[in-house]
Design a binder for this molecule. Structure first.
Ligand code: MRU
Length: 351
C-alpha cells in the first residue's frame, strides 16, 4: 500500500524510487498530489483514485471552501487520463460533498463529508481487492507458473492488489506457485515494483524482459497470465499497461489462458468499446533515457487495449465473467458505478 494518513498528514510512497529506496513524501496539497500522480510516484488505477480522494479530504480539512475544493477536484481529475478510477473517485467526492455547498463557508461541513467519503473509497478498495482474490485464486493450480505484467499489486491499490492479489491468495492457500514477472518497459513497474512485492511476500518469482514471454510460452512454462486494468469498456475490451495486448495475442497462439483482474471501479459503461478509451501518451524521455539519440522521435503510449475475445475470463469483485459472456456484452449490471463519468479531452503528454 502506497498511501497513509497519519496524525492529519497524508503521505505517499515514492514508487519511482523503489526498490532501491523507500521514501515517503508528504502530499500536503491537491496540486502536489496531482504532480505525484502525473510523475507516477503514486500510480496504479485504484490507488490514484484513492489518493485523489484523500488529497481532496485533506484540502477540505485545511479549510478549503467549495470553490477551492471544486478547482482542486478538476486539477486532480486531469492528472492522468486512462484510469477511470481517478475520475470516478473525484466525481464521487464532488457528489458526496455537494450538499455541503451552502453550509460550506467555513469549510467545516465540507471537511466532514469529504473525510467520510474518502475513507469509504479507501475501505471499499481494500474490500474489492479481497473479493477479486477470492474469486481468482482457483484459476491457479498447485505447482503452476504464471506470468504477470506491470504492477497490479498492493502498491497499486489500497488493498492487496488485483492480479497480484489473485496470485497472493493462491500462494497463501498453500499452492506452490512461481511467477514470471515481465519487466515492463519503459518504466519497469514489473521488475521494480512487482518483484519487490513478491519478494516481501515470499512468493518465488523470476524477472523476464518483455520480449522473453513468447519463448517462455512456447516452451510450456506459463500456465496462465494475470494482469490488471485501467479501464474496461462495456464490451469487455480493456486498457492496461503497454505490452498487455501483445501478451494476450501470444497467449491465444499458445493456448495459455489470459485473465484480467479488476474492481468495479475500473469498469466504464459509458464507453462501448476499447477504441473509445483515452490512451495517455507520455514523455519521450521515458523511452530515450540516456542511450537514445536526443533528437530521436519516440512513440510512448502508456497503455494499450486488449480486445475482450482474447480474455479467458475477467475476474471482478462481483464474480467471474467468462469470455462467452464478455463478448456478448454481459458485464454484470451491478457493475455500473462509472456510467456517469464525464470525459475530458484527450491528453498528449508528449506535446
Ligand atoms: O502507469 P501505471 O504504472 O499506473 O500503470 C498501471 C497498470 O497498468 C496496472 O496494471 C493497472 O493500473 C491496474 S493496478 C491494480
Amino acid at each position: 500500500m502506497g498511501l497513509i494518513c497519519e496524525k492529519g498528514r497524508l503521505w505517499v510512497l515514492d514508487q519511482t524510487l523503489l526498490p532501491n529506496k523507500v521514501e515517503w513524501l508528504r502530499a500536503d496539497s491537491p496540486s502536489k498530489m496531482a504532480k505525484y500522480i502525473l510523475d507516477l510516484k503514486v500510480r496504479g488505477a485504484p490507488l490514484i483514485g484513492v489518493a485523489a480522494a484523500a488529497a481532496l479530504a485533506r484540502h477540505a480539512e485545511e479549510g478549503a471552501d467549495w470553490e477551492e475544493f471544486r478547482a482542486s477536484a478538476k486539477l486532480l481529475r486531469r492528472a492522468r487520463p486512462t484510469a477511470v478510477n481517478l475520475m470516478a473517485a473525484v466525481d464521487r467526492m464532488l457528489a458526496a460533498c455537494q450538499p455541503a455547498r451552502q453550509e460550506a463557508r467555513g469549510g467545516k461541513d465540507l471537511a466532514g463529508k469529504a473525510a467520510a467519503e474518502a475513507e469509504r473509497i479507501f475501505d471499499e478498495d481494500v474490500a474489492l481487492c479481497r473479493r477479486i482474490a477470492e474469486h481468482g485464486a482457483r484459476f491457479i493450480k498447485d505447482g503452476e507458473s504464471v506470468l504477470t505484467h506491470c504492477n497490479a499489486g498492493g502498491l497499486a491499490t489500497a488493498g492487496i492488489g488485483t492480479a497480484v492479489g489473485v496470485i497472493r491468495a493462491a500462494h497463501e492457500s498453500g499452492k506452490r506457485i512461481h511467477v514470471y514477472v515481465d519487466e515492463t518497459r519503459p518504466l519497469l513497474q514489473g521488475a521494480r515494483l512487482t518483484a519487490w512485492e513478491l519478494e516481501s511476500l515470499g512468493i518465488p518469482y523470476t524477472i523476464v524482459c518483455d520480449n522473453m514471454a513468447g519463448s517462455l510460452m512456447r516452451r510450456g512454462k506459463v500456465r496462465g497470465i494475470f494482469v490488471g486494468a485501467d479501464r474496461i469498456a462495456r464490451n469487455g475490451d480493456f486498457a492496461n499497461k503497454i505490452g498487455t495486448y501483445p501478451l494476450a495475442v501470444l497467449a491465444r497462439h499458445h493456448g495459455v489462458p489470459f485473465y484480467c483482474a479488476a474492481p468495479v471501479t475500473t469498469v466504464d459503461l459509458s464507453i462501448s468499446t476499447g477504441d473509445g478509451i483515452p490512451i495517455e501518451e507520455r514523455s519521450p524521455e521515458e523511452v530515450r533515457r540516456d542511450w537514445g539519440p536526443k533528437r530521436a522521435r519516440v512513440h510512448n503510449p502508456a497503455f494499450d487495449v486488449t480486445p475482450a475475445d482474447l480474455v479467458e475470463a475477467m475476474i471482478l469483485d462481483v464474480g467471474v465473467v467468462k469470455r462467452a459472456d464478455l463478448i456478448k456484452g454481459r458485464l454484470p449490471s451491478r457493475v455500473s458505478p462509472n456510467s456517469r463519468v464525464r470525459h475530458e479531452p484527450k491528453v498528449d503528454r508528449a506535446a
